[in-house]
Design a protein around this ligand. Structure first.
Ligand code: 5GP
Ligand code: MN
Length: 333
């Protein structure tokens, strides 16, 4: 970010700031936006966090999360807020279609825009951009942003723990997407008193009996393996959603179980939603589910973790996944 001095000047007087993250906010979206909120508030800015859709229950432990606004629930209030904002910060996404109707409001707004993100190919809508695809997470980049601002002293234990959330969730607890700097950030956050064991426990050991039962159902009854391509698919129909009373967040992480099996390199979790069929895709190594999501499923994300959606029938989406698979994965001998 070469124009950091200009941004420092802008931020030297109290401003109305809106922080926006993406639809279906995950740990990184939530951790980074909440940490950025408290960082900015410490300078006297008035800050509001907005998500297009509601956050998973898992993150209810975060102090102040209930003060964020959900566009789906409060569209008029959010529109008003965006209209009067001096600064809009976009965290953990880089294309305006990831925030639905707010995308147009943001592009039409005269506010200065800050983008902090780690996805590929940022759209050129921001005035200040910290965009690095090599970063593990947006939380890592918010940490970097605070260093670039020369404001390390603002990183208290509370903000450090918020940043730890994205580090943990976007790297699968440091199993992938890391780089040497990720560990420097983790080290620094822990030095500032962040209790990473507590954060791990709050994020991972909070499954309800319903979620455990659903996981069992997916693995026992809804898993299809395609051994010659090292691929696995789990599907959930609308009926499954009704039978298990599946709510937001209940399906989080199920896709990862596929890759725990020997010989598995690609995983698809395909769910029938009220109007669309959504895909969560995961892969190992050089296999790019990002290319697959972009080319065939109106989506994108990261090389080894992507998503997308189609207006189609569940069965046809499953068939499409199987049909396009050989383009991305070599057949085993
Ligand atoms: P998940 O499978 O956990 O929903 O998403 C994994 C990653 O894929 C996310 O971090 C996000 O970057 C990306 N992703 C998920 N759904 C979509 C989508 O519909 N469009 C795009 N462009 N990316 C998505
Ligand atoms: Mn992220």
């Amino acid at each position: 970010m070469e124009n950091i001095i200009e941004l420092k000047n802008i931020l030297s007087y109290p401003k109305d700031i809106v922080i926006i993250s993406h639809r279906n906010p995950d740990g990184d979206a939530i951790g980074s936006s909440m940490a950025f909120r408290y960082f900015l508030e410490s300078f006297g800015h008035v800050v509001k966090v907005v998500y297009p859709s509601d956050y998973p229950n898992t993150f209810e432990f975060i102090k102040g999360i209930d003060e964020c606004l959900i566009y789906d629930n409060d569209p008029d209030k959010v529109e008003e807020l965006i209209k009067k904002a001096d600064i809009i910060s976009c965290l953990d996404f880089n294309s305006l279609d990831r925030i639905d109707k707010m995308g147009l409001m943001v592009s039409e707004s005269k506010a200065k825009k800050i983008l902090i993100d780690h996805h590929l190919d940022p759209e050129p809508f921001s005035d200040f951009e910290l965009s690095e695809t090599s970063a593990s997470s947006t939380c890592e980049l918010v940490y970097k942003f605070i260093q670039l601002m020369d404001e390390d002293r603002k990183l208290n234990t509370f903000i450090s723990e918020l940043l730890f959330i994205g580090l943990i969730t976007d790297t699968g607890s440091f199993k992938y997407s890391t780089n040497p700097y990720t560990y420097e950030v983790a080290s620094s956050l822990k030095s500032k008193g962040a209790d990473d064991y507590k954060i791990q426990d709050l994020i991972h050991n909070t499954m309800t009996t319903k979620q455990i039962a659903l996981l069992g159902h997916c693995l026992a009854n809804r898993l299809e393996i395609i051994p010659e391509y090292g691929a696995g698919i789990i599907t959930l129909s609308k009926q499954d959603y009704a039978d298990f009373d599946i709510g937001r967040g209940d399906t989080e992480g199920i896709v990862n179980y596929i890759l725990m099996m020997q010989g598995m390199n690609v995983a698809a979790f395909i769910t029938e939603q009220p109007t669309i069929v959504k895909l969560s895709l995961r892969s190992k190594g050089d296999i790019s589910v990002q290319d697959m999501a972009r080319k065939y499923f109106n989506g994108g994300g990261h090389k080894n973790a992507s998503g997308g959606a189609l207006y189609s029938k569940l069965d046809s989406v499953v068939e499409k996944f199987k049909t396009v698979l050989p383009e991305f994965v070599e057949k085993k001998k």
